[in-house]
Design a protein around this ligand. Structure first.
Ligand SMILES: Nc1ncnc2c1ncn2[C@@H]1O[C@H](COP(=O)(O)OP(=O)(O)OP(=O)(O)O)[C@@H](O)[C@H]1O
Length: 471
């Protein structure tokens, strides 16, 4: 959304601003009086409004338009243009909720800086208020595998304390869900949960967002730290926090207070801090991109969130949960999932983890052929030996080049590894599925060089040579 409405009764000025902004990649609309402006706004509220205070040939002046916009579309940021010497009016506009003002004659760079900041701040506010609206929802954590239960038991231990928690795990594995679970089950459950998305933010903008701003015409604006007072502040992807901001956050953690940008009074805050990362912070520290002292402050209780590959047994229950969610939230068809589809999903690779599974379920329901249940053929097929349409097995290139005995062993090894991982390392369930006695399966695995091992609470199967190499 980068559509800007420019309202100015001086044609040259509105066209000039329009041309400059178009050159910068924005889409613009122009209005020369209040009637045109109000019609454009009610037709489609813009992403940002640039508004002249004095409007000739108009029923309303700029302040009246501002009041209507702030009443009906409070999320639209408004930048006021005022004539030279009209500072009092501009200040009054800021009190009515305008983001900032620019005095005529203005310089183009100054205009662009104000517009970019207004857009960015408004985007972050919208994201944050969306997250806050989500606060009232219970933090639903779905799963029943051994590694999932181990995670929940670790989280349960920290809910009632105020300890700082560092959640590690790959993207999409459910770190934020885990943070919300801690919050929802803590003594702070009725206080806010505020997410700070640390990725891709300019340091000065980030500081204003975190610490708020005061002084100048807009009075006091609370930042996210203040908004989270009494509750939880969640630093998502903390490794991406700019170095300068890291030092400032460190000071807040030590002093439990800070000053707003442009201010001098100390603001005291009571916060519980939960952070997450999918990167190795020790490596970041060694590279000089993450402050070691901050790491120690944030990493009081480290908790690892397992990847979906480490909790494949949860795939059926998660997949059904997401089908129900898509049905409730988007009215998509409520479909069962066939055994074949479940089995295929349990053997797939999931680099995007739970998020990828959620997206896949949504896609299947949108594109589905409407039959019930969801079938394996509707899911993406990975490479390797696979069944063709008529049920015949299609050989992969490597398998086809081997003598029968070696090909059979390679197939058996791959097949059994997949099945054991699919059943979370449970040999009895694997044996029953593949149709072998438990002891026979053990013997078979031994002869094929497959071992099962314990990792993050989940049992996983590997080839013997992999295990030896790793140890
Ligand atoms: N145990 C779970 N139960 C239900 N939904 C889950 C679970 N884990 C993850 N999800 C869903 O998967 C998606 C990704 O989860 P989340 O945002 O918590 O992951 P993340 O690890 O914080 O990701 P990133 O590192 O990309 O920020 C979300 O839509 C979330 O609702």
């Amino acid at each position: 959304m980068s559509d800007i409405l420019i309202v100015d009764d001086e044609r040259d000025i509105r066209e000039l601003i329009g041309d400059i902004l178009e050159d910068e990649g924005f889409t613009t609309r122009l209005a020369g009086n209040s009637q045109e402006a109000m019609a454009q706004i009610s037709d489609q509220p813009p992403a940002l409004l640039i508004l002249d205070i004095w409007l000739k040939d108009s029923k309303m002046d700029g302040i009246d338009i501002l009041k209507c916009v702030k009443r009906d579309y409070p999320e639209v940021p408004v930048v006021i243009i005022s004539g030279h010497g009209n500072i009092e009016i501009a200040v009054a506009a800021i009190k009515q909720g305008a983001y900032d003002f620019i005095e005529k004659p203005f310089n183009i760079d100054q205009l662009l800086v104000v517009i970019r900041r207004a857009m960015e701040t408004s985007l972050l506010r919208r994201e944050n208020s969306k997250l806050k609206q989500g606060d009232s929802k219970p933090a639903e954590m779905i799963g029943d595998s051994a590694s999932f239960r181990a995670l929940v038991s670790q989280l349960d231990k920290v809910t009632k304390s105020n300890g700082r928690v560092m959640l590690t795990g790959p993207a999409g594995s459910g770190k934020e869900v885990a943070a919300r679970y801690v919050h929802a089950n803590s003594n702070r459950a009725n206080a806010p949960f505020v997410t700070v998305n640390c990725a891709g933010m300019e340091p000065d903008v980030m500081e204003e967002i975190l610490f708020g701003r005061e002084g100048g015409q807009r009075g006091v604006e609370q930042g996210l730290l203040e908004q989270a007072h009494g509750g939880v502040i969640y630093f998502d992807e903390v490794a991406d926090m700019p170095l300068g901001t890291q030092s400032k956050i460190l000071r807040v953690l030590v002093d439990q207070q800070f000053t707003r940008v442009g201010g001098s009074d100390k603001v005291k805050v009571d916060l519980r801090v939960i952070s997450s990362t999918n990167r190795d912070l020790q490596t970041e520290i060694a590279a000089g991109t993450f402050r070691e002292e901050l790491y120690h402050r944030l990493n009081v209780v480290p908790i690892a969130v397992p990847s979906l590959a480490e909790r494949r047994e949860d795939i059926p229950v998660l997949a059904r949960f997401f089908v129900e969610l898509c049905n409730q939230a988007q009215g998509l068809p409520l479909r069962e999932i066939s055994h074949d589809a479940i089995a295929l999903m349990q053997t797939m690779t999931w680099p995007g983890n739970v998020r990828q599974l959620k997206n896949l379920m949504e896609r299947v329901l949108i594109l589905g052929d409407g039959t019930d249940p969801i079938e394996a053929r509707e899911l993406p097929q990975e490479t390797g030996p696979a069944a063709s349409d008529d049920g015949r097995v299609v050989l992969s290139g490597t398998l086809a080049t081997l003598p029968l005995r070696e090909a059979r062993e390679a197939f058996e090894r791959e097949y059994l590894l997949t099945q054991i991982n699919r059943f979370g390392g449970n040999i009895s369930r694997t044996a029953s599925f593949v149709g072998m006695e438990r002891s026979a399966l053990h013997r078979k695995l031994k002869s094929l060089g497959v071992v099962t091992s314990q990792k993050s609470g989940a049992r996983v199967a590997r080839l013997e040579e992999d295990v030896q190499e790793a140890s």
